[in-house]
Write a protein that binds this ligand. Structure first.
Ligand code: SF4
Ligand code: SF4
Length: 178
């Protein structure tokens, strides 16, 4: 029973926190309605607009992807699956040799494993991956959280334009391919 004082102390802290949450304005003022400043949003009846840089879901601009595999190799969760093949593309200049390019056969991201760290978006050297604030893509089955390249491509429509950085920033503002 030597643990009793500790348990009681813990319960006291929990009780105090609960009362603060239920009655933020005192005992006579119960939890305010959302319109009166409650922090809880009654989703899905009320939807919040996330900030434009929020990490909702990842979009793929397939035209920029060279199947270099960098994102798949750097992903800590190993949840990007890429398969591609080499093919010949027309030369850049008349009379030149045909170029060898990588074409993507498969580009999937499994959002049931993804931890939204953003490493893949950061490391992509060809601006093929973008964050979009879209967050409504829950599924009843885990397997349906695997988005293929077509689905990832559809998210491109929801990628917001990049905002200008602060004065003095040396960062180049990225352009979203449309
Ligand atoms: S956000 Fe992180 S975990 Fe998710 S696919 Fe990209 S690198 Fe992997
Ligand atoms: S998305 Fe970017 S990093 Fe990933 S394979 Fe394509 S070009 Fe390479």
């Amino acid at each position: 029973m030597s643990q009793l004082p500790g348990i009681l102390k813990g319960l006291k802290v929990t009780f105090k926190t609960m009362m603060k949450t239920l009655f933020p304005g005192g005992l006579l003022k119960p939890i305010p309605k959302p319109s009166e400043g409650a922090l809880t949003v009654q989703y899905p009846h009320v939807k919040e607009a996330p900030p434009s840089r929020a990490r909702g879901v990842i979009a793929l601009h397939e035209g920029n992807c060279t199947a270099c595999m960098l994102c798949a190799r750097e992903c800590p969760d190993w949840c990007i699956y890429i398969e591609g093949h080499k093919e010949l593309a027309p030369p850049r200049r008349e009379g030149g040799k045909p170029r060898q390019v990588n074409a993507i056969d498969r580009f999937d991201i499994d959002f049931s494993l993804c931890m939204f760290c953003g490493i893949c978006v950061e490391v992509c050297p060809f601006d093929a991956l973008f964050w979009t604030p879209e967050y409504e893509f829950s599924e009843l089955k885990l397997a349906d959280l695997l988005h293929d390249k077509e689905r990832l491509g559809e998210w491109m429509e929801t990628v917001p334009d990049f905002e200008e950085y602060e004065d003095g920033s040396e960062q180049k503002v990225r352009k979203v391919p449309r």
